[in-house]
Write a protein that binds this ligand. Structure first.
Ligand code: ATP
Length: 301
């Protein structure tokens, strides 16, 4: 029997996040263009007497270790479908900022699902895994798939996208997180009384991704949640300005924030932006990462 399985799962940045009107069920229709970037959590599972979650990393104290953890929920969902107990110890080595708008919890959900499937020999099909991912959360299917993809619906209906090259990113990690539901609520509040169009992917943005053209992508990056994130966390404007001033091709809030993302022309430009952001004192940590990268991948076991 396999002693343990480890899965590596990337973070994401939204290169386009178009948010439609509030739906009666409380969600929003989205046109959500995801790019997986090389910042990773690693999820290791091993047999255990009952279900247990542990976490290590700079933000570990902010991660719930009970059944509310998305990794635990993933293990429980797979076990229930296959008529078995979720007797597993899930250990998360966390490098993705918590509540940072980079889908860290979703990454752990997808990682635990893939890891438990391998550990238990469940043999779930890709479609079944994607179905469980969609039940767990809007961003979880993309964490499994990785690369670049367009998400419709709540973001869970994925179409893979072609990309023509590697994009160089810098991420400024803010102090503290932002609650995704609170950012959507603020977005609704700021847009109250205005006509909100149905969300559509930008043809120019998809073309820039296909061409691997960073300046063209920079010109059309768009995040409808950015005004809401800035309203809740005005200091992020200073971080965006610091990265732009250091030569980033574009600066935007990543998803619901408060992580900010900077697109650079190449690796040396990314290093320059990273150094300037560190010197600016406007963020807690600075990371560089490339994308696209593959989704959840078994790396040991
Ligand atoms: P998204 O970009 O998908 O909106 P996020 O990156 O902003 O999400 P997460 O790091 O996924 O935010 O965490 C959001 C909340 O989810 C946390 O505050 C925490 O309470 C809860 N959570 C549940 N499971 C996890 C997990 N494995 N890792 C981190 N947070 C988790």
């Amino acid at each position: 029997m396999t002693a343990s399985v480890t899965v590596r799962v990337p973070a994401k940045v939204n290169v386009q996040l178009a948010v439609g009107p509030l739906r009666p069920d409380g969600f929003h229709d989205l046109a959500n263009v995801f790019l997986a970037v090389g910042l990773y959590d690693e999820v290791t599972v091993r047999p255990h007497d009952g279900l247990k979650v542990t976490c290590e990393g700079p933000d570990a104290d902010k991660v719930p270790l009970d059944a509310g953890n998305l990794a635990a929920r993933a293990a429980l969902a797979l076990a229930a479908r296959h008529g078995r107990e979720a007797n597993v110890h899930i250990h998360i080595a966390k490098d993705i900022p918590v509540a940072g708008g980079m889908a860290g919890g979703s990454a752990d959900g997808a990682g635990a699902l893939l890891a438990c499937d391998a550990l238990w020999g469940t043999g779930a099909s890709r479609d079944e895994l994607l179905e469980i991912c969609a039940e767990l959360g809007s961003d979880v299917p993309f964490s499994l798939v990785g690369g670049a993809a367009l998400g419709r619906g709540r973001g869970e209906l994925l179409t893979p996208l072609e990309t023509g090259g590697t994009f160089h990113w810098v991420f400024a990690v803010a102090d503290g997180g932002l609650s995704t539901p609170a950012v959507y609520a603020e977005c609704d509040r700021l847009r109250a009384g205005t006509a909100v169009p149905d969300p559509e992917p930008s043809a120019d943005l998809l073309a820039a991704l296909r061409a691997g053209d960073a300046p063209a992508l920079a010109a059309v990056l768009a995040n409808d949640l950015q005004p809401a994130a800035l309203s809740l966390r005005p200091a992020l404007a200073g971080t965006l300005a610091a990265g732009s001033g250091a030569g980033a091709l574009a600066a935007l809030v990543s998803g619901s924030g408060p992580t900010t993302a900077f697109l650079a022309a190449d690796e040396s430009a990314a290093r320059k932006v990273a150094d300037a952001l560190t010197a600016s004192g406007t963020c807690r940590a600075v990371r560089t990462a490339r994308g696209p990268v593959p989704g959840a991948t078994v790396v040991a076991g």
